[in-house]
Ligand binder design. Sequence first.
Ligand code: GLA
Length: 367
Amino acid sequence: MTAITRRHLLTAISGAAVARTMEASAQTTTVEKTLIAAARSKNLTYGAAMATWQTDRDVVLRRTFDRQCGTIVPEWEMKWGAIEGTRGTRNYTGADRVVSFAASHGLTCRGHAAIWYRNLPKWVEPALKAEGVEVMAAHIQDLMAHYKGKIKSWDIVNEAIEPKDGLADSLRNTPFLRQLGSDYIGRAFTIAAEADPNIQGFYNEYGLYHNDSKDHDRRTAVLALLQKLKQQGVPIYGLGIQGHHDLARPFDPSVFAAFLRDVAGLGLKILITELDIDDRSLSQTVSERDRLVAERATAFLTTALSERAVEGVLTWGLSDKYSWLNTSTYQKRSDGTMNRCLPYDENFQTKPFWYSLYYALRNAPSR
Ligand code: GLA
C-alpha cells in the first residue's frame, strides 16, 4: 500500500470513526431523553395503552411506542367482549396482535382486563345466573392459559367499587355481584393465580385521586376492599390506579400520598395504569390549557412516584390524536378543539405534559 493510499485510508477510517462517535452520542442523547430511559434510571417502567387500529395505520405512533415505552397495554382487544362476543367462539386475533407487537418491539405487555362489568358480552349474565362461577372461571382460566409466559402483569378485576350504587361495602352493582355475590372479586384472583402462579394480579380502579367527597368515598371503599382481600389471603399483587384526571376537580398531594401509604402498608404494589388529564372544563387558550395539564401531571406524578410501592406509570395512549377523549363522540370538548390530555399532541410534538412526566420519572426516588 502506498503512503498516499494509506493516508487516505486513515483519513477515511478516522472520518468514519468520528461519524460513528457522533452518531453514538446522538443516540445516547436520544436515549437519555426518552420516557422509558428516565423511568429505567429509577427502576420504574413507563408505557401506554395501544390499539391495533391505531398502530396499523400510523408509523409515527409505532415509532413512538418503540422509543418511549417499556410496557404496553391493549386499550380494547383483551376485554371479554372483544374475545368472546359469541359464547364458545373465543377469538384472540386482536389481542395476539398486541402481544406480538410488544414482543417485536422489545416491550412488555400488560393484560387488561379479565373481569369488568363493561365491554361484557350480553350472554354472560344469563350464563352466570344459570351456571354460576364456572362461567367466570372458564374465561379467566382460558385467558391465563393463552398468555402464560407472555403476560405477567394482569388487571384481574376492573372497577368493582361504586359508592353511588348504595350497596354493601360500596360494591358496584355488576352482573358478577348480582349473580355470584360479593366474593366474586377474591375468587377471580384465586382462579387466575391457580391458572398461572407467576402472574401479578392487580385490582384496577379509577376516581382515587381527586380531592372531593366522591373520590374520598371511593378511596375509603377501595382501601376496605383491599384490606379484606389481604386478610382473606387472596393472591393479589397490587392496586392499579387508573389516573383519569378531570381538571374541574381538585387534587391534594397530601391526601393522595396518605392513600398511597395506606395501600403500600397492606404489602401491595401500585401501578398508575391509565393516566390522562381531561381539560374539558377549561376554556383557556391551548397553551394555558397545556400549562394546567402539565401542572396537574407534575403534582400527581411526583406524589405518586415518591411512594416506593409505585412501580411505574402508563398513560392511556400517547397522542391526543387517538385518546378516547377525542375519538369517542360523547367525550369530546364542546368547542371542537382537541382535548390536550396526553403527553404528545396530534402531530406527535411533545407538550408540557411530556416534560412533567419525564422529570417526575427522572427525579423519582430510586427503587
Ligand atoms: C376504563 C377502562 C379502560 C378504558 C377506559 C376508557 O378506564 O379501564 O379499559 O375503557 O375506561 O377508554
